[in-house]
Design a protein around this ligand. Structure first.
Ligand SMILES: Nc1ncnc2c1ncn2[C@@H]1O[C@H](COP(=O)(O)OP(=O)(O)OP(=O)(O)O)[C@@H](O)[C@H]1O
Length: 289
């Protein structure tokens, strides 16, 4: 189970002492996918899963396991912006959801300081309500008071740029393009200060000027002592926003270090043609992945 606990030390620490905000300790995450076993999806099958041992039921029902995150450990500190990179299906979103407390861990533990907030491009706003109603309800849902929402409303709408091309904020969200919807979700989420903010690809959806504003906002959030995690396939966004990068591949943590160092290794991995010239590998050498 994901645990939330206070990590601040009781005794006063020197100013430059780093304060851990997220500790991920030997974490494995496994999805279970129902296969072709009889009765799958029925109420009876669900009841029998509860009543019988998990392993036996899994075998009978043809449950397949997907081991999405494997023995991952790291510590994040207050004030850090950490990029999560890796090829498709490497476990980035899964790890982020687990840090947010939305997925249980199979092994290992996750400790967080404060309540992490996960901002994904699919974060739920209500399509039939106007942008205006969504800003208000979204703000309240994040724990802002009515006054705070009222005070910040114009700022949120301006930041989103939704009204740049006309009065769209009073139209239902279903009339927005996917980029506009993502921008509004991001703008609502960053209106509040977060202890730990988890951003899943949100930056990649906006246009360049929105990306610039988002990067600036992430920097401000960091300066106000939060920790930001950013999952992105845009190496440029990661470079512009993060000072540390975790590289996941096939669920394993391949590298954890300064942005430039990790990105250089990742770029060499994803685009070997660009690798700096090195001596030709010996014939029959095993290819690493
Ligand atoms: N709900 C799910 N049920 C079963 N398997 C899942 C589920 N979600 C993800 N997976 C599997 O877990 C693995 C990691 O997926 P995840 O979405 O975390 O990767 P990712 O690095 O975020 O990928 P991408 O860059 O494509 O968004 C993949 O093999 C994927 O198929």
């Amino acid at each position: 189970m994901t645990e939330t606990t206070t990590l601040r030390k009781e005794t006063p620490q020197p100013q430059d002492e780093r304060v851990p905000t997220v500790i991920v300790d030997g974490v494995d995450i496994v999805y279970r996918v129902n296969g072709t076993g009889a009765g799958r999806g029925t109420a009876t099958a669900a009841l029998s899963r509860i009543l019988r041992g998990r392993k036996k039921v899994e075998r009978r029902a043809g449950v397949r396991k997907v081991h999405a995150v494997r023995n991952v450990s790291f510590t994040a500190y207050r004030g850090e912006a950490i990029g999560l990179i890796g090829t498709n299906g490497s476990g980035k979103s899964t790890l982020l959801k687990a840090v947010a407390g939305l997925l249980p861990t199979e092994n290992g533990r996750i400790f967080t300081d404060g309540q992490p907030s996960l901002l994904g491009v699919n974060a739920a706003l209500m399509n039939d309500l106007t942008g205006e109603r969504n800003v208000k309800l979204g703000g309240l849902a994040m724990g802002m008071s009515r006054e705070q929402v009222r005070d910040r409303y114009d700022e949120i709408v301006d930041f989103s740029g939704i009204n740049d091309k006309g009065d769209f904020i009073t139209l239902p969200m279903r009339t927005y393009s996917s980029g506009m919807g993502a921008r509004l979700r991001f703008s609502i989420a960053v209106a509040k200060e977060h202890d730990v903010l988890l951003v899943d690809e949100a930056l990649a959806t906006g246009d360049r000027s929105f990306q610039k504003r988002s990067e600036q906002r992430i920097k401000e959030l960091r300066e106000r002592a939060g920790t930001v995690f950013l999952v992105s396939h845009s190496n440029k966004s990661i470079r512009d926003t993060c000072d540390r990068v975790l590289w996941l591949e096939r669920g394993e943590l391949r590298m954890d270090g300064p942005t430039e160092e990790v990105l250089a290794a990742y770029e060499a991995f994803t685009n070997p043609a660009k690798k700096p010239k090195s001596p030709a590998p010996a014939k029959n050498a095993t290819k690493g992945t």
